[in-house]
Design a protein around this ligand. Structure first.
Ligand code: PAF
Length: 286
């Protein structure tokens, strides 16, 4: 695996394989890779001839300067993990390479996809930062396929919308959330959880499980399911920032879980903000 830092180097590295008809997959990341990222790289490996992993902590999608400062970074560790998972190229550009002086363009997806849930709590600018950098990464790499994780369910919907609206030629694939054996969804931010907060972080997956259980017991009413999910967080002394049952395509709130419904939750656990989600399926466990 080679590490490249400029768009020119990246394009030069991809030119020959592309001329030979080889397909390219991109796994965009902000680094501090975990098994969720590695599962995306492995899925990419199975579907494309060349796998590019991008590693860029994108400042424009952070609404909280302290979160950006504390975001874990270790390029050497990431390079080893990406290589072992089957990446061919690590694209690790500098801030200047991505946002050169004079940069003023933004790519925005507007409406409920970006102003609800994460958008309502972090500000829609969070998603405008994501869609701008993802558009740039797709333009830099020009992949046939790009892979994202379902843990960021709203982000995945926004990126699908972006790709459809702008006729981007890249196929967007969303892979399932990878969890610790006790249910905690993998996140680069988990390393910042102190031991006692690591226990309390189970509040989120416990809420999802309680909602699944309520549904399995025959409850369809969204308010009742939401109450059960919130109650499951109480023993962990964790208050959700939001916990919402929404349509999994347009994120509009639902009153009753009569078809597949997205349950999304966000909460601060100590200094770390975590998100998680699941699809509730009244016609069988998801
Ligand atoms: O999901 C992430 O890690 C980031 O939001 C992404 C897609 C790499 C854009 O910075």
């Amino acid at each position: 695996m080679r590490t490249v830092r400029t768009v020119a180097e990246l394009r030069a590295a991809l030119a020959e394989p592309r001329r030979n008809g080889r397909t390219v997959a991109l796994v965009p990341t902000m680094g501090y890779l975990h098994d969720g990222h590695l599962s995306l790289i492995e899925a990419a490996r199975k579907q494309a001839d060349l796998v590019v992993v991008s590693l860029f902590v994108n400042p424009t999608q952070f609404n909280d300067a302290a979160d950006l400062d504390a975001y874990p970074r270790d390029e050497l560790r990431d390079a080893g993990l990406a290589q072992d998972a089957g990446a061919d190229l690590l694209f690790a550009p500098s801030l200047q390479e991505v946002y050169p002086p004079g940069f003023t363009t933004q790519v925005r997806v507007d409406g409920p996809l970006t102003d609800t849930l994460e958008g309502a709590h972090r500000g829609a600018d969070h998603f405008h930062g994501v869609t701008t950098v993802v558009t740039k990464l797709l333009n830099m790499v020009g992949p046939d396929l790009a892979l994202f994780g379902q843990k960021d369910a709203q982000q995945a919907l926004v990126i699908r919308r972006l790709a459809a609206d702008l006729d981007l030629p890249t196929r967007v694939e969303v892979a399932p959330t990878v969890r610790e054996p006790d249910g905690l969804a993998l996140s680069s931010r988990n390393v910042r959880l102190a031991a006692e907060d690591r226990e309390r972080a189970l509040a989120l997956s416990s809420a999802l499980r309680a909602a699944q259980d309520a549904l399995a017991a025959g409850t369809r009413d969204a308010a009742t399911i939401t109450l059960a999910a919130r109650a499951a967080m109480t023993p962990f002394d964790v208050e959700p920032e939001y916990l919402a049952l929404v349509d999994p395509e347009d994120l509009r709130p639902v009153g009753s879980v009569d078809q597949e419904t997205l349950l999304a939750v966000a909460a601060h656990v100590g200094p770390v903000r975590l998100i998680d989600n699941t699809i509730l399926n009244p016609n069988g466990r998801h």
